[in-house]
Design a protein around this ligand. Structure first.
Ligand code: ZN
Length: 295
């Protein structure tokens, strides 16, 4: 099944829903970061939530979510675009805890803390919002953010199923929202649909794609307008950006690296890509840094 995000609007525009399948991209993130199962689930839920919130943005905007807690995982940081590109990492990828109620204990791994959401656009100041974590299980933490900061009552489900080998077998999620003007009966019907629904990873394991998850959640409503598009893990790091970051360390630091290891290894936090910057390139950067200073 392909990774895809689907959107729907129904009930005269008073119900909005998003569903996303992220199995492949969460598996890619697991391999890149070398996460153990609890950390895989935490990262996967975070990436999935990022894509769902990203799906609500306008072109040119970005959203970043930082979950920070006092548990062993420490934090999850993801950012996503409305075009369906997401990247992210956790502070402690080797975190793994005993299962709780038969499920990977993401709430225990994250602990108590906060969710910080930052929305940026090409123009204007970034919009930042901080809410306390409800449970650290990600889904209801994001629902809290949507209610408190965007005043939109939402049901949010995100889930990752990790198999016995540690690989991601199913991942995805949904957001279902009532918009202003929704009838009480509409809200009740939605609530009933969501509460009777299986978890996102169960639905995806059963073979439902993003459109089918939406149809399942919106059962009993008039046929919804659905559009869908691909989603993927993607990072915008590059050799040029690595070079710029090395220059930004300062002339003295660069000179130290040249005098010592004579090369620099830089690892992108978001995607774990390794960049090895050799001596000749370091010398060129240093020369460039000198040039910049004398201008
Ligand atoms: Zn990267």
């Amino acid at each position: 099944m392909v990774d895809e995000l689907a959107r729907a609007v129904t009930a005269g525009g008073t119900v909005r829903a998003f569903a996303v399948v992220t199995t492949r991209l969460v598996e890619e993130a697991r391999v890149r970061h070398g996460t153990l199962p609890t950390a895989t689930a935490a990262l996967g839920r975070g990436l999935t939530a990022g894509l769902l919130l990203g799906g609500m943005l306008k072109t040119g905007e970005r959203i970043s979510l930082e979950f920070s807690g006092d548990g062993p995982l420490r934090s999850i940081l993801v950012d996503a675009t409305p075009e369906g590109v997401v990247r992210g990492f956790v502070s402690r990828p080797r975190t793994h805890l005993p299962a709780r109620d038969g499920k990977l204990d993401v709430g225990g791994a994250l602990g108590r803390g906060i969710l910080c959401v930052m929305r940026t656009s090409l123009e204007g100041a970034p919009y930042r919002s901080i809410v306390p974590l409800v449970s650290g299980e990600i889904g209801n933490d994001v629902a809290r953010y949507l209610l408190d900061s965007e005043q939109t009552p939402s049901a949010v489900g995100v889930g990752v199923y990790v198999d016995a080998d540690g690989r991601v077998q199913a991942a995805g999620g949904y957001v279902v929202q009532t918009m202003p003007g929704a009838e009480p009966a509409t809200a009740e019907q939605l609530e009933s649909n969501v509460s009777r629904s299986a978890t996102p990873s169960e639905l995806i394991r059963a073979g439902l794609d993003a459109r089918a998850v939406l149809a399942h959640l919106l059962a009993g409503f008039p046929p919804a307008v659905v559009e869908a598009g691909p989603v993927r893990f993607g990072c915008h790091c590059s050799r040029e950006r690595v070079g710029a970051a090395l220059v930004a360390m300062g002339r003295a630091e660069l000179a130290d690296v040249l005098a010592g290891d004579r090369q620099a290894e830089v690892i992108c936090e978001f995607c774990a890509q390794r960049y090895l910057v050799e001596e000749a390139e370091l010398r060129a950067l240093l020369a460039g840094a000198d040039g910049g200073a004398s201008q």
